[in-house]
Design a binder for this molecule. Structure first.
Ligand SMILES: Cc1ncc(COP(=O)(O)O)c(C=O)c1O
Length: 287
């Protein structure tokens, strides 16, 4: 039985209920986070909390819980759910109002919901033990505020289903000028001649915590050249390696794009180096 946290109490997930008048339900009016943890230790906590605070600020939700209070909720949730390999999901919506109105009320108490779900055990960078990702491609048809980690995810959901309908498990998205943005639920890295590249942040991509940690780890602990730079579709298709990054996948090697092999069609040596370094540093303090 999974334990969740809703309305200031711990409850069995099956019994957690919200009002249909919650603006999260009516409008997708909320912000969420997914924080990975292993053995009760949270990864990148300060980066996740900072992104949560930025997102809530930007959409005008005042957060009544301090960082310490949130951390205590996460700690108790992890404990009650067995302290294994857990993703901690947190969602804060603008709360419940009895009138459905696009314009939002000034002072509704927000709704906080959290629960945990199982994630893979940490990866050591062994190509034999990691999922080899096959992806498809599309023009990015989401909105102009993809930097917000909002619960309004229909654009991402529809793109993900394009991948699923083709028998693939993720989708690389490109803007109208054929420049890489991100994937439906991940950021993207490419490797060319031992140089690691990822597109710069803007309102078309989520500022992934894993992306941030990986950039930091590679810059500090490797001699690889690492750049944040626009990447065209042609450059992605001719890359030596392509990786996805997200909190639950860490660095995930892509082995084919639209049915064409990436490099030799197996996780490449730079991925092995990068994920091995990630393995050594995932519990470092990042802020
Ligand atoms: C659209 C999108 N981009 C990127 C990411 C990666 O973010 P993070 O590394 O913080 O998990 C996610 C994660 O869910 C995502 O949904």
């Amino acid at each position: 039985m999974t334990v969740a946290f809703l309305d200031d109490e711990f409850v069995p997930l099956e019994e957690a209920k919200i009002s249909p008048m919650d603006r999260g339900f009516l409008f997708g009016d909320g912000i969420y986070e997914v924080i990975p943890s292993h053995g009760g230790k949270l990864i990148g906590l300060d980066l996740h909390l900072a992104r949560l605070e930025n997102g809530l600020n930007e959409i005008g939700i005042k957060i009544p819980w301090s960082r310490d209070q949130l951390t205590n909720i996460f700690t108790e949730l992890m404990e009650r759910n067995g302290n294994g390999n857990l993703g901690v999901y947190l969602q804060i919506t603008r709360g419940v109002t009895m009138k459905r109105n696009h314009a939002f009320p000034a002072n509704t108490p927000p709704t906080l919901f959290a629960y945990t779900f199982d994630i893979p055990a940490p990866s050591s960078g062994d190509p034999g033990k990691v999922t080899h990702w096959k992806v498809t491609t599309r023009q990015d048809l989401r909105w102009q505020r993809c930097h917000l980690k909002t619960t309004s995810l229909l654009g991402n959901v529809l793109h993900m289903m394009e991948a699923v309908d083709e028998g693939e498990s993720e989708i690389l998205l490109f803007d109208a000028n054929n420049r890489l943005t991100e994937a439906a639920a991940c950021n993207v890295f490419v490797v060319h001649n031992n140089e690691v590249k990822t597109p710069p942040l803007d309102q078309h991509k989520l500022a992934g915590v894993t992306r941030d940690m990986a950039l930091h780890i590679l810059r500090v602990h490797s001699s690889l050249n690492v750049r944040e730079i626009q990447i065209t579709k042609e450059e992605v298709l001719s890359a030596d390696e392509v990786w996805l990054s997200s909190s639950t996948k860490e660095l995930a090697p892509v082995v084919s794009i639209d049915g064409q092999l990436v490099g030799d069609g197996v996780p490449g040596p730079v991925w092995v180096q990068a994920q091995s370094l990630f393995d050594q540093h995932r519990f470092d303090h990042f802020e």
